[in-house]
Design a protein around this ligand. Structure first.
Ligand SMILES: [Zn+2]
Length: 449
């Protein structure tokens, strides 16, 4: 941002989780007149995501300017250091100031609504900060706001808070749920804007991510599973039109001289299948189990013969490969001098795995991805087919390594799309130069704010 320009009295950030450039700027562009207007007056384009391009840690990287290694956050679930167990990320895991903390420190007011990870809500925060927890909140019946009284206020005005789409919903019912959730979230944002008058209002709508994961093959003509002219694709377009309308209303209520940023944390691309990474490591003799699974089952620490295991992995958008290092893992057997040759051997074997996408597997060492490596970081990151294929952590159930998208959906629940490196942004207002189309980086978007 340019310091020489007139500065805005307010900044509004609307995060649309997982919204890709292909929808915002192309296929649904005609349904989003507000976004088109903002683009013509400001800057817009691809917003390159972080490593890894996953909701947690991506929003935390955007709001703190830190990378995943510095944060020690590598996904929704993270290993507990010194154990083989994992736990879900919480708001307490982010130990660096967020962009709204800088606003608070200047004596101004801020609102952080639904920004992952923000559960549990902060109880010690300044009264200049209003916060509503993200989709990690288990429901409306747990404390999910700061101040606590805001929870009752929201419930009485807009009904019980809906942190996320009900995962049991499918098809048209899921689409109805997405519309209802977006309306409630924007209602809350408008209410907070009016009642708290924040200098910075930062909200994230998770529904765009849920929509992509449910319906991507209907939305993307490049998806091999694409179905033309599906009625739910028209409703998806209407959903983006609703978001555009609500962004317009928020801007109207925010007043003149407002910076407006609409952005996503990562994009979406077709899901072409999955790689059963732990079955691969078993075949290589690196992961040894205490017994042969009768059917496919999760890899839990109790199942592993750690005295004979040198490496294991977990599932997700990328594979986190961990080495079983002596004095670091509870039952580690890999000596320090064995780490480098073992990693090289694992990399060579992973590269040989079939890649139906033709994009190539992207293998990344932590020191090449991050400025620091904190917490229980993976020893190797693997993006199969450069994010075309999901990593599947289960063991047993046959010896196939590369499986089709349908098998991914059986394993992981909703498949739909995979995440992509390219998210999107539109930025417009007194502090944003009118630069037209220009690629930017998620981690540095707010460095001047
Ligand atoms: Zn996301």
């Amino acid at each position: 941002m340019s310091a020489a320009r007139r500065s805005a009295s307010r900044t509004i950030v609307v995060g649309l989780d997982c919204a890709p450039p292909s929808l915002l700027f192309d296929r649904f562009a005609s349904a989003m007149p507000t976004l088109r207007r903002l683009r013509s007056k400001g800057s817009w384009g691809v917003l390159r995501s972080v490593v890894p391009p996953i909701t947690v840690p991506a929003w935390a990287c955007a709001t703190t300017g830190r990378d995943a290694g510095e944060l020690g956050l590598y996904g929704f679930r993270n290993r507990v250091p010194g154990t083989y167990g994992m736990r879900t990320a919480t708001s307490d895991d982010v130990r660096f100031p967020h962009v709204w903390d800088r606003v608070i420190d200047r004596g101004q007011r801020a609102a952080a609504l639904f920004v992952p990870p923000s559960y549990p809500s902060r109880t010690d925060a300044s009264d200049r900060l209003v916060q509503v927890s993200c989709m990690l909140a288990p429901g409306a019946d747990v404390p999910h706001t700061h101040p606590a009284s805001l929870g009752d206020e929201i419930a009485s005005r807009f009904g019980p808070y809906v942190p996320d789409l009900d995962r049991t919903l499918e098809g048209a019912a899921a689409m109805d749920g997405l519309f209802a959730m977006a309306r409630q979230h924007f209602d809350i944002a408008e209410h907070v804007l009016g009642s708290h008058d924040p200098t910075l209002l930062f909200m994230v709508e998770i529904g765009t991510d849920r929509l992509n994961h449910l319906f991507w093959p209907l939305l993307d003509p490049n998806d091999p599973r694409h179905v033309r002219d599906h009625p739910l694709a028209r409703r998806a377009r209407d959903y983006y039109a609703l978001l555009d309308l609500r962004i317009e209303r928020l801007i109207e209520r925010a007043g003149r001289d407002t910076n407006v940023i609409v952005m996503s944390d990562h994009g979406a691309r077709p899901l072409l299948g999955g790689v059963r990474v732990n079955e691969h490591l078993r075949r290589e003799g690196l992961l040894v189990l205490k017994r042969e699974p009768e059917e496919e089952e999760p890899l839990v620490p109790e199942l592993v013969d750690w005295s004979r295991t040198t490496a294991w992995s977990d599932g997700g958008y990328y594979a986190r490969v961990f080495l079983n290092v002596r004095d670091r893992e509870p039952e580690g057997i890999v000596e320090t001098h064995e780490i480098a040759p073992l990693l090289a051997r694992i990399e060579a074997s992973l590269t040989q795995i079939e890649d139906p996408s033709g994009r190539g597997h992207r293998l990344v060492r932590p020191k090449d991805a991050w400025r620091e490596v904190n917490g229980a970081a993976p020893d190797l990151l693997v993006f199969f087919g450069d994010l075309s294929l999901r990593s599947l952590g289960k063991v047993g159930g046959g010896d196939s390594i590369v499986v089709p998208p349908e098998a991914v959906e059986r394993d992981r629940g909703r498949g739909g799309c995979n995440h992509d490196w390219d998210g999107s942004y539109v930025a417009c207002g007194p502090d944003w130069p009118r630069e037209g189309e220009k690629q930017r980086e998620l981690a540095t978007l707010f460095s001047g704010l």
